[in-house]
Design a binder for this molecule. Structure first.
Ligand code: PMT
Length: 224
C-alpha cells in the first residue's frame, strides 16, 4: 500500500453554493453543484486526512467518514469555517459563496404589486476565505478557487495576494464542459512560484492533484 500522504492531518473544505434569503420562499444563489468540493473531500479522505466538509445546499452524498456541516447562507458558512479552520492543516474554499445578500429577509412572502420594476437592496457578504487566511490560528495552508470568465491567470493571481492565500485553483466558468455542475474540470494552479496547468480531467482526478499539492506543501513545511 502506498503511504497515505495526509495521515494525521486535518483538512477543512467548503463546497456548494450559499443561499441568501429574500423572503420565506425565495433566495439568491448560483449554479454550484458541490461536485468539486465533494471530490476534494473524497481525495482528502483517500489520503487519510481527518476531513471536515462545510456544505451549502446540494444534492450529493458525502464520502464515508467525512464530518459534514450543512449550512445555507454565507454568514452561516463563515461561522462554521472560522470555527473548523482554526488550527487545521489545510483549508480549501471550493464553495461558490454569494458575494451579496438582501439587506433584509422579509418575514412574510412578498406580494406582487402594481409596479413593474422591483429594486432589491443588497449588501456585501463577508469574504470567508480571506477571514480564514487572517485567523490567529491560521491553517498551515489556505487554498482558494478563482471562478473566472476572462483573464483567468491574472485574476487568480490578484486573488492570491488580496486574500492572502497560499495557492489559488483557477477555473474558467464560462466553459460549459468544465466548472459549474460539470463532472470535469481544467484548472490552473497559481502560487508565488508560478502557474501550473492541469488539463481537463474528472473532478476526482483534479481533486487528487490539489490534495497532492497540499501534502507536498505540508511536507516541505515540516522540513524547514
Ligand atoms: O460546485 P461545482 O458545480 O462542482 O462547481 C465548482 C466551482 C466552479 C464552484 C469551483 O470549482 C469554484 O470555482 N469555486 C469557487 C467559486 C467562487 O466563488 O469563486 P470566486 O472567484 O468568486 O471566489 C474566490 C475564492 O474566494 C473562492 O475560494 C471562494 O470560495 C472564496 N469566497 C468568495 C466570496 C466570499 N464572500 N467568500 C469566499 O470565501
Amino acid at each position: 500500500f502506498a503511504q497515505q500522504k495526509l495521515a494525521g492531518r486535518r483538512v477543512v473544505i467548503t463546497a456548494g453554493p450559499t443561499r441568501e434569503p429574500i423572503d420565506p420562499v425565495r433566495f439568491l444563489s448560483n449554479h454550484s453543484s458541490g461536485k468539486m468540493g465533494y471530490a476534494l473531500a473524497r481525495a482528502a479522505m483517500e489520503q487519510g486526512a481527518e476531513t471536515v466538509l462545510i456544505s451549502g445546499p446540494v444534492q450529493l452524498t458525502p464520502p464515508d467518514g467525512v464530518v459534514l456541516i450543512k449550512v445555507e447562507t454565507a454568514q452561516e458558512m463563515l461561522a462554521a469555517a472560522e470555527q473548523q479552520a482554526a488550527g487545521a492543516d489545510v483549508f480549501i474554499g471550493a464553495a461558490a459563496v454569494a458575494d451579496y445578500r438582501p439587506v433584509a429577509c422579509a418575514d412574510q412572502k412578498l406580494k406582487k404589486t402594481d409596479t413593474t420594476d422591483w429594486q432589491l437592496p443588497l449588501t456585501q457578504n463577508p469574504d470567508i476565505i480571506a477571514s480564514v487566511a487572517r485567523l490567529g490560528q491560521r491553517p498551515k495552508m489556505v487554498i482558494g478557487f478563482a471562478a473566472e470568465t476572462e483573464r483567468v491567470a491574472e485574476h487568480a493571481r490578484s486573488k492570491l495576494t488580496r486574500k492572502a492565500l497560499d495557492l489559488v485553483i483557477a477555473n474558467d466558468v464560462s466553459r460549459p464542459d468544465i466548472g459549474f455542475n460539470s463532472d470535469h474540470n481544467a484548472v490552473l494552479l497559481v502560487d508565488v512560484e508560478g502557474d501550473t496547468a492541469l488539463p481537463m480531467a474528472s473532478k476526482h482526478v483534479v481533486a487528487q492533484h490539489i490534495v497532492a499539492a497540499a501534502a507536498e506543501w505540508l511536507a516541505k513545511g515540516d522540513r524547514v
